[in-house]
Design a protein around this ligand. Structure first.
Ligand code: UGY
Ligand code: MN
Length: 243
């Protein structure tokens, strides 16, 4: 049954909602036994790339274009770098510095989301070193006063990092306390639940599996709707002078 030309995907100058019904699988160089869905890239207007990868058993990613953040959505994936091998499962993540030789290979059918961005050094410092983590083990901080909205910062907030990746977990009915307007741009993947996203002057229903790009200064607000918590993974450029 076709969908009569309807979709929740929408592209505006200041934002883009990419819903799974519109995903087109493609390949990027070095990728084998894996399909890639590119959500954000410079041709969209973004200063970073974000794509999701669907691996077959033994599937692999090629080298990164810049620094790479890698988050496992499901399955089992190995990351090899130098003498070290890490086995990553659901909600594990890795940061790989620019130009670090590494191999990412799936041990079973797996899915991951990947963020890549050219590294901008400050005073000749950096790049940061490779790190791996497990999202549920990262301490959660309330965004404002109460525990209805919890933030986990997956990367250290130090000047060597030029971007941040956080998860934000909303209790049912919780929402951002204000409409945010800021210089940072966002790449956002809904991990669980859903709600209403205000982007610019529009309100959109969003749910797990959706991707959202927000341009710098895009007015933004989210409220969780439904009986289950809502949670998203969110990228922002960070810690750098605007010029
Ligand atoms: O970190 C952020 O800017 C975050 N609070 N934005 C958002 O959730 N849309
Ligand atoms: Mn924001």
């Amino acid at each position: 049954m076709h969908n009569l030309g309807h979709t929740r995907s929408v592209r505006r100058a200041s934002h883009f909602i990419h819903t799974p019904d519109t995903f087109i699988r493609t390949q990027i160089p070095g990728c084998s036994k894996a399909s890639v869905i590119v959500h954000a890239s410079p041709v969209l207007g973004a200063n970073f790339a974000q794509y999701s990868v669907e691996f077959e058993v033994g599937g692999a990613l090629g080298s990164a274009s810049g620094q790479r953040f890698f988050y496992v959505l499901d399955g089992t994936i190995t990351l090899e770098s130098g003498a070290d091998t890490y086995t990553l499962v659901e909600n594990d993540y890795a940061y790989v510095p620019q130009e670090a030789e590494h191999t990412i290979r799936a041990l079973q059918a797996s899915r991951a989301t990947v963020i890549e961005q050219k590294y901008r050094s400050v005073n000749g410092e950096g790049p940061p070193t490779l790190l791996v983590g497990h999202e549920p083990s990262v301490p959660a901080q309330p965004l404002t006063g109460d525990n209805d909205l919890l933030v986990r910062s997956l990367l250290p907030d130090t000047i060597t990092f030029d971007f941040a990746v956080n998860t934000m977990s909303y209790a049912p009915g919780a929402g951002l306390s204000m409409v945010e307007v800021h210089v940072m741009e966002h790449g956002l993947l809904m991990l669980e639940g859903g709600g209403i996203y205000r982007l610019d002057d529009q309100w959109y229903p969003v749910t797990a599996g959706d991707f959202i790009w927000m341009a710098p200064y895009c007015p933004q607000w989210f409220g969780a709707i439904g009986k289950v918590p809502a949670k998203y993974l969110i990228y922002k450029d960070w810690n750098r002078h605007p010029l």
